[in-house]
Design a binder for this molecule. Sequence first.
Ligand code: ATP
Ligand code: MG
Length: 254
Amino acid sequence: MIEEINKNLEHLSLERIKEILPEYIHKTSKNPPPLSESLNYLLNEEITFKNDRASLGIIKAANFPFRKTLDDYDFSFQPSVSENQIRELSNLSFIENHENIVFIGNSGVGKTHLAVALGIEAAKHRNSVYFITCHNLMTKLNKAQKENRLDKQLQHLAQYKVLIIDEIGYLPVDHQGSNLFFQLIARRYMNKSTIVTTNMPFSRWGEVFSDNTLASAVLDRLLHYSHIIRITGNSYRIKDKIVESDSRSNEYNE
Ligand SMILES: Nc1ncnc2c1ncn2[C@@H]1O[C@H](COP(=O)(O)OP(=O)(O)OP(=O)(O)O)[C@@H](O)[C@H]1O
Ligand SMILES: [Mg+2]
C-alpha cells in the first residue's frame, strides 16, 4: 500500500509529504488523529515546503549584493529611521498599491541594507524582485539599445513586482542614459513598485541625469506615490572607528 501511495505522491509532485509520511504514520500509529487533521497537517507541510523553495528561487535570481534582513538592522543606531514605518512597509502593501520607496542619505547609513531587507521580504511572499545598481542598469540599457532589443529589455525590467535601483547619484548618467532611465520609470509608474537608494538630494538630480527636464520627469513619477525615508545619522561602516576615536579623544582630554 505504502508503495502505491509513494508512487501517487511522486506522480503529483508532493515531495514533502512523501518525505515525512513514513515517520508521520509511525508516530501516529498508536493514537491516529482524525483523517481531516492528518490531511490538513500534511498538505500544510507541502505548501510551506513549496513556498520556501519558490522564495529561495526568487531570492537567488534577485541578484542581491548580500542577504540581510530587517532583524539584522540595528534601529537604535539609526534613530532617524522609524522602525514602525519600516515594519509597516514590510507588510508589503506598497507592492499591491504600486508605490515606490526612496531611501536617501549619506554613505553607510543602511540604505542598501534596508532596500535588500524589503526585497527579501517581498521575495518570501513570492513577489518577483530584481536588484541592480544604477550604473549596471545604465550599462544594461545602453547595450540593449545598441543591440536593437531595448523594448524587450525594458519590458523585462518593467515586469518585476519590485525593482531595486541602488546608488543613484554616485556616478553621473549621460543624456542618452537618462532618456532610457526615464523610459523604464515611466513604464513602471503606477504599475509596479520601484525602490531606489540615493545619496543625492532631489534638488541635485538634474546634475546626476545631465538634464533638468528629464530629472524632473523621473522624480515626478518616482515620488508621486512614494514613501521617502531620509536617513541622517552616521555611517555604520565606520561606527567602531568613531567610537574608537571618541574614546581616544576622551583619553587625550584627560
Ligand atoms: N543600522 C544598522 N544596523 C546594522 N547594520 C547596518 C546598519 N546600517 C548599516 N549597516 C551595515 O553597514 C554596511 C553598510 O550599509 P549599506 O550598504 O546599507 O549602506 P548604504 O547607505 O547603502 O551606503 P552607500 O551609500 O555607501 O552605498 C552594510 O553591511 C549594512 O548591513
Ligand atoms: Mg548602498
